[in-house]
Design a protein around this ligand. Structure first.
Ligand code: BGC
Length: 371
C-alpha cells in the first residue's frame, strides 16, 4: 500500500539530488549564443529562509538554522534566515521584507498550507524562486520540496511502539495517539505511517484503540493538557504514540505525576537532546532521527543553484494531494533510535556527548555505549 508511485502518503524512495545547470529552458535544443567563458560571472542573488517557530521542536533553531547557515557560508552566497515564531501575519511580513531586500530565492517552512500558499504565490509573481523546506504546502506553487520520507517516519514510530510494547509483554494494550498539528501536512503523513502499523492491531483486537487527538500547532503545553485529559478519561493507557519529542515529553511529564513513566512506552521524533535524555532515562521508548544536516545541505544546494540563475534538477517528485501537481523533490531517509542506538546520533555529530551526558545522564551514557 505504501509502495509504488511517489505520492504524498506513499513511501517514497530515498532520492538523490542531481544538480544540472541548464543554460536555457529544458527542451530548448537551440544552442545558446552567449560565450560563457568570456562572460563575467553574474553575482548570485540572495536566499531568504523563513523558519516556523522555536517552540514546536528544538530542531528549527538548534539544527536547521545552524546547518543552513553553514551551507550558505560554504557556498559564499548571501542569505537571511528568520523565524516567524508561529505568527502567520509576521510570516508574510518577513517574506515581503526579504524580497524587498533583494532575495531571489525564498525557502519556507509553512505554518499552514493556506498562509504558506499566499507567501509562495506572491513571491513567484515577483520572479522569486521558491522551495518548500520540510513541509509541503498543499495547493502551493513551490518549485521544489526538500524533506524526509515522512510516511516512513510514522511507520518507524508505529513499529517502534510495537517493539517497546512487545518488550514489556503488554497484553491488549490501550494505545493513545497524540498527533501533530492538523494544519501540518507532515503530521498527516506521520499519522498515515503509524496508523498503517497500529490499525491492523486494533482491528485484530491485539491492541485497543484509545484516545486519538491532534495537538494544534504542535503546542507542547496544550499537548500536556490534552494528554492529562486522555489519562483521566482512560487511566489504563499502556502506550503513547506521540508524534514528536516535544509532545512525547509533555506526555511523560503527565505520566510522571502518576508514577507511570517508564511503564508506559512513549514515542517521539527529532532526536532532540531532551528526547534522547528521556530515552536514556527509560521514560521514552524511541525517537526518529532525521539527519537534518543532509536536509539542509540538499535544500541549500538547490537554493544556491537557483540564486545563481541555474535550473537545478531534483531527481524525484512528490504529488501534491490537493492540486495533483508533481513537485520536484528530494526526500531523505529517517532512522529509528532506541536506547542502544542513541550513540548513533552522537556519532553522526547531531548532538554532542557534552550536551547529552550531563549530570544524572553521565552514567546512562556509559551504559548506552556513548563514550
Ligand atoms: C517536522 C518535525 C517537527 C514538527 C514540529 C514537522 O513538520 O517535520 O520535525 O517536530 O514539524 O515543529
Amino acid at each position: 500500500m505504501r509502495k509504488g508511485i511517489l505520492s504524498i502518503g506513499a513511501a517514497a524512495a530515498v532520492l538523490t539530488l542531481g544538480l544540472t545547470a541548464c543554460g536555457g529552458e529544458s527542451g530548448d535544443t537551440s544552442a545558446q549564443s552567449t560565450d560563457a567563458a568570456s562572460a563575467a560571472p553574474a553575482k548570485a542573488g540572495k536566499v531568504g529562509v523563513i523558519l516556523p517557530d522555536s517552540k514546536s521542536s528544538a530542531r528549527w533553531e538548534t539544527a536547521d538554522r545552524k546547518y543552513l547557515e553553514e551551507a550558505f557560508k560554504a557556498a559564499g552566497v548571501e542569505y537571511d534566515i528568520q523565524n516567524a515564531q508561529g505568527d502567520k501575519t509576521q510570516f508574510q511580513t518577513i517574506a515581503d521584507q526579504m524580497i524587498t531586500d533583494g532575495a531571489t530565492v525564498l525557502m519556507i517552512v509553512n505554518l499552514d498550507s493556506g498562509t504558506g500558499k499566499a507567501v509562495l504565490d506572491k513571491a513567484q509573481s515577483q520572479g522569486v524562486a521558491t522551495i518548500d523546506y520540510d513541509r509541503l504546502t498543499l495547493g502551493g506553487s513551490a518549485s521544489y520540496y526538500v524533506s524526509f520520507d515522512n510516511t516512513k517516519v510514522g511507520t518507524l514510530q508505529g513499529e517502534g511502539l510495537v517493539k517497546c510494547l512487545t518488550d514489556k509483554k503488554a497484553d491488549k494494550p490501550i494505545v493513545a495517539e497524540l498527533n501533530g498539528s492538523p494544519t501540518d501536512n507532515n503530521a498527516t503523513l506521520f499519522k498515515n505511517g503509524y496508523d498503517g502499523v497500529l490499525q491492523p492491531k486494533y482491528d485484530s483486537g491485539e491492541y485497543v484503540k484509545g484516545p486519538d487527538q491532534s495537538v494544534p500547532e504542535w503546542d507542547n503545553t496544550q499537548a500536556g493538557t490534552i494528554f492529562e485529559q486522555m489519562l483521566t478519561q482512560e487511566p489504563k493507557i499502556a502506550g503513547v504514540l506521540a508524534a514528536n519529542d516535544g509532545l512525547g515529553n509533555a506526555a511523560i511529564a503527565v505520566l510522571k505525576k502518576q508514577k507511570l513513566n517508564g511503564k508506559v512506552p512513549v514515542t517521539g521524533q527529532d532526536a532532540t537532546v531532551q528526547g534522547l535524555q528521556n530515552i536514556l532515562a527509560g521514560d521514552q521508548c524511541m525517537t526518529v532521527y532525521k539527519a537534518i544536516k543532509k536536509e539542509a545541505d540538499a535544500a541549500a544546494q538547490l537554493a544556491v543553484a537557483l540564486a545563481k540563475g541555474e535550473k537545478p534538477a531534483a531527481s524525484g517528485s512528490v504529488k501534491d494531494t490537493e492540486s495533483g501537481r508533481d513537485v520536484p523533490s528530494v526526500l531523505l531517509d529517517p532512522q529509528a533510535i532506541f536506547f542502544d542506538s542513541v550513540k548513533d546520533v552522537v556519532a553522526d555529530g547531531f548532538v554532542s556527548k557534552e550536551e547529552l551526558c550531563t549530570g544524572e545522564f553521565a552514567a546512562k551514557c556509559t551504559e548506552a555505549g556513548i563514550g
